[in-house]
Structure formats: C-alpha cells, structure tokens
Ligand binder design. Structure first.
Ligand code: MRU
Length: 356
C-alpha cells in the first residue's frame, strides 16, 4: 500500500539485512530501519518496531536467516528459534512461522541452508500478501451487500491496527475496506484509538489517510453510543490467535466491542489468514495473554512544537497499573470469520469446512 503516494511493503530483505518501517515512530516520523543481527530482530518484535500477528511471523522467519548469516550452526539456530518464539507470546503466527522455517531447515547441510532459509522466509511473506488480498476479495462481498441496501456511505468500525502495517501488504481487517474503496463504494472508518499504544490512532488512521479513505478516530469507549445511534453498519477486526472453536484472541478491548455489537444487532466480523489459527488449544483460558510494561499506560508519547518525539507521565507516581495486551471474544459474539478461502461461521465446523 502507499505512503506519500509510493508503494511499500512492511518488510523486505536486502544486502543481508532485514528492512522494516519502524512503527514506534509512526505517524510522526517515517523511518526505514535495518535489522542486522538475530538480536536486532528479536528486539524489534519485543519493542514493537514491528507488530501485528502476520508481520511478527515474517520478521521471525527473516530473523532466522540473520541467525544463519551470523553463525551457521545448528545449536545457535535452535536457540535463535526459541528466543524468537518467546519474544511475544500471544500471536500464534510467530510460532507458526518459526516452526515452518525450522521444519524446512531440518537436516539441510550447511552449504545449502542459507539459500533455503531465505527462499522460505520470502515464501512466507509472498503467501501472506496473497492471503490478505483474498481476505479483501472475500470480505468485499459483505460491504457490497450493505452498500446495495443502504445506498449510502458504509460506516465500519475497527479496533487496533489490523491494517497493512500489521501484515506485509493489504492488512486483514482493512483489506475488504481497501477493496471496497478501489471499487468505488463509499466507506467511512471509525478508528478505535486503542489504548495504551494507540495502534488505531497512530497506525490505522495514518494508513487510511495515505490511501485517502475517510476515517475518524474515536476513544475506545465511544463505539457503544455510536452503535446505539445507528452510526456503525459493520465491525471488522483482526486476530492474533483464533481457536478451532472460533474463539478469537485480539487486542485488548475487542471483546467489549463485540458485546456492544451483539446488543445492537451489528455484524461483527473477524478477518484472518489461516496462519492465525491455533488448531491445538481448545480452551481460550490456555492462551498466553501478554502482559506488557505498565509504563505503556502511565506514559504517553507524542510530538512537541519542534516536532521532537517526547514521552510524558500521566499517572500518579504511586499508582499501580495492569497492562494486558489481548482479550478473547467468544465465538458466539462473532458473526463470521473472513479468511483467504472464504467466509465461514466462527466454529469448528465452519473452519474445518474451509481448511480440511
Ligand atoms: O500488539 P499488536 O499491535 O501486535 O496487536 C495487533 C493486533 O491485535 C492485530 O489486530 C492482530 O495482530 C491482527 S493483525 C492483521
């Protein structure tokens, strides 16, 4: 997708380095950063220079390439894979990408391993672009149906950033929106700010602006009244881990939005590539929920009058805070799952119907 009219992807590999767009600096500064070592890749995932389930998976895959360049040794590679998986616990794509890479590299001799690793990491990114594009084509049908009935702007609410910046290109939740816009359907997006890291305000609104899609940032608590007053036709969100029973783990606050949508009879869709499905865990209480530094709540970051990024404390110094990064929306609140293979019910039957 575009930034200042130029097409970008969120990650690529060049001259033995990973190139990323540093998302901790957006929307204030657009910086392309090089990751040169496996440590750099792990750190970028941890501090969220890259974030979003598919993108951290791709970063981990290229991270293993860096590990091989650094030291072509099987125990170093194994340690790198373990450290990558531990860098963020909730999004399943990270483990999925590392497991896929390690399976591909198992038994490969030292002379061939680098090329095979690089090819596989590139395949993961290309595949994700295709998945997200198809999510858009499939999800477009939902928006089209509402537009045909309403014959006016379709108002869509989204939470966090499940846009192209969270993937390689297109995004998941945003892909149907981009496809609708390209088809000439009038859309307007209500963007949940998404405290504490403000992925909605900082990233989703930014990328929609760059694609010239009308959008309005709202606080995370505003969705309810807008739904009651008929200002939202549809919700589409992303997911970090979808269980085979259709339960969806996504950015903290998603659950409350789904409850409100149910109470107001508003369709609530979740968009995901199959790499986000966890076929193993059956009980959502077993999903590891990432707890991040409370400083992400107690401090806010922005630009001052000289355009310098500054951080200030907003909480009383003695107060404690809890920073859970994700919550779970039970399948019964989800209208449907939009995947690369089609739209299905949020249930084991629905998912297995699409993914044999
Ligand atoms: O903590 P983040 O910013 O990595 O969380 C991202 C989300 O919750 C997204 O909705 C999810 O990864 C889906 S991305 C297509």
């Amino acid at each position: 997708m575009k930034i200042e009219g130029k097409n970008y992807r969120t990650i690529w590999f060049e001259n033995n380095e990973i190139k990323i767009i540093d998302q901790t600096k957006l929307p204030h500064k657009f910086i392309i950063k090089s990751l040169k070592t496996i440590k750099d890749a792990i750190n970028a995932i941890k501090i969220m220079e890259v974030r979003g389930a598919p993108l951290i998976g791709a970063t981990a895959a290229f991270g293993l390439v860096l590990s091989i360049i650094e030291k072509n040794d099987s125990s170093f590679l194994k340690k790198s894979s373990e450290d990558l998986i531990a860098s963020r616990p909730t999004a399943i794509n990270l483990r999925w990408a590392v497991d896929r890479m390690m399976k591909k590299l198992s038994g490969v001799n030292n002379n061939d391993i680098l090329k095979i690793a690089l090819d596989e990491a590139k395949a993961i990114t290309e595949e994700d672009v295709g998945f997200c594009k198809n999510i858009g084509i499939n999800g477009l049908k939902i928006i089209e149906k509402i537009y045909q009935k309403k014959k006016d702007v379709v108002n869509i609410l989204t939470h966090c950033n499940a846009g192209w910046l969270a993937t390689i290109d297109w995004g998941t939740a945003t892909s149907p929106i981009y496809h609708a816009h390209q088809k000439g359907i009038k859309v307007h997006v209500w963007v949940d700010e998404t405290r504490p890291r403000n992925q909605g305000a900082n990233l989703t609104s930014y990328e929609l602006n760059e694609e010239k899609i009308p959008n309005t940032i709202i606080t995370d608590n505003t969705g309810g009244i807008l739904m009651q007053r008929g200002k939202i036709d549809l919700c589409i969100v992303g997911t970090d881990r979808t269980l085979s029973n259709g339960d969806v783990c996504n950015k903290i606050g998603t659950y409350l939005k789904a409850l409100s949508a149910k109470d107001n009879n508003i369709p609530f869709y979740v968009a995901l590539p199959s790499s986000t499905i966890d076929w193993n865990i059956k009980d959502h209480n077993k999903i590891p929920i990432e707890e991040r530094n409370p400083e992400e709540l107690s401090h806010v970051e922005g630009v001052d009058e000289h355009n310098n990024i500054r951080k200030v404390r907003i909480y009383p110094q003695k107060s404690k805070s809890l920073n859970l990064a994700f919550d779970v929306t039970p399948a019964k609140l989800v209208t449907g799952l939009i995947t690369e293979k089609g739209i299905c019910e949020a249930s084991e039957q629905g998912l297995k119907g699409l993914f044999k």
